[in-house]
Design a protein around this ligand. Sequence first.
Ligand code: ZN
Length: 474
Amino acid sequence: MEWWPCKQVLSDKIDSTYMFLTCDNDCLVGSNGILKNIIDLPDNKRRFEWKTRYPMNYYLLSFAVAEYQDYSIYAKPEGADSVLIQNFVYNNSSYLSDNKTDLDETIDLVELFSEKFGLYPFANEKYGHCLTTLGGGMEHQTMSTMGNFSFGLVAHELGHMWFGDYVTCATWQDIWINEGFASYTEYVALENLKSYYEAQNWMLVAHDYALNQTNGSVYIPFEEAFNENRIFNYDLSYKKGAALLHMIRSEINNDDLFFASIRNYLSEYADSVATGEDFKNSLEKYTSIEFDPFFDQWYYGKGYPRFDINYTQYNDTLRMTVTETGSSSETPLFQIHVEYKLIYDGGDTTVRLYQSNNIEVFKIPVNQEITNIIVDPNNWILDDQGSIQSFGNDESLFGFKPNPAVENIDLNFNLNLFNKQKQVRIFDLSGRLIKTYEFTESNYTIDISSLSKGIYLLKGISENKTYTYKLIKQ
Ligand SMILES: [Zn+2]
């Protein structure tokens, strides 16, 4: 509305646009769609006639005027003869030669994204860039406005053609549909066209940004729906948004299915708008995987988890207690599959386990002595660094009976801990601490009659050793 009379409603896309612009004849004008005609006019003027027939959102119209040269190249994605990539860059001899390699990478990107996300959505017209003095870029439909041609920026703005332009966020509260997805296309571009190492590095940096926001959600809460700074929050809408897609990919655990479900979502909402909820429903239907808890915790929920590990090993069983804590009290639990790399002398093995409660006790068969554990070794998950502690064979730390119990339980601590300080903590399955007992005796009775019926975790601690049992209260 600042420069163009329009109906500023996301869900009502313009069905076609003509943009006719007159300027001095040493300039070129770049805009949306196809340059149908250049008409010579008196007084050294020319009229550029641009037309587009694709539906477009009001905020994606643009034009740019400068002493440009037209550097046109072609991509050949599967499913189309060729796609024109029309670059309007400054008309001096060094600019093009300095940036040609970067500009030419647009070809690989159009072909890659067409393979992963479906054919470039505006293939009958073109993709293009207009260079300006902007810092960064803007994903104007079929003609992105660019401040430079760095690989990540070119990928991001091109990614928007699928995520933002072709399918647009239905409300600004769902900006994830635009910025989270476009940011993730940067990762996909690095992974496929550069190296796994560069992609991994990108995700580590993205996580660093997202970890700044201990109490923030990707979804824009109602009270901030009109706060532009919050909507375009880099840590949350861009970086945590991209991290969410990476975790969805990990939950699906099948790359072909992940990309097919993205293509299915795009065709379902083609030339239209979608909310995060629409994406979730489309994903669930296509993959037959339930994503309600994931979206409640990761999309609408706040912050991120931290995983603390205690492990002990006896014979061929590794007993690993994983305690999950949320950075925000509003979202205490994130349920997710987590990989653990178990390291032994001369090698390692990776297991993938589901964290459904704040405290999980896993028993893993092993045939080597495990010397260390790495949580999430491939960096799939947005999580804070937790502690890893080994307690040797501490099943001998203490025992108790009866189990199940109604009123009292009798604790027996190892006699080697005679007169040492001891602590027993009772947690519910959400990880909430219910009671703490402190004593030095080896035999100690606690009264649990006030606990309601259910399953609890009983954690004994002494001399830096811990052991956790499941306690059933009847
Ligand atoms: Zn963007």
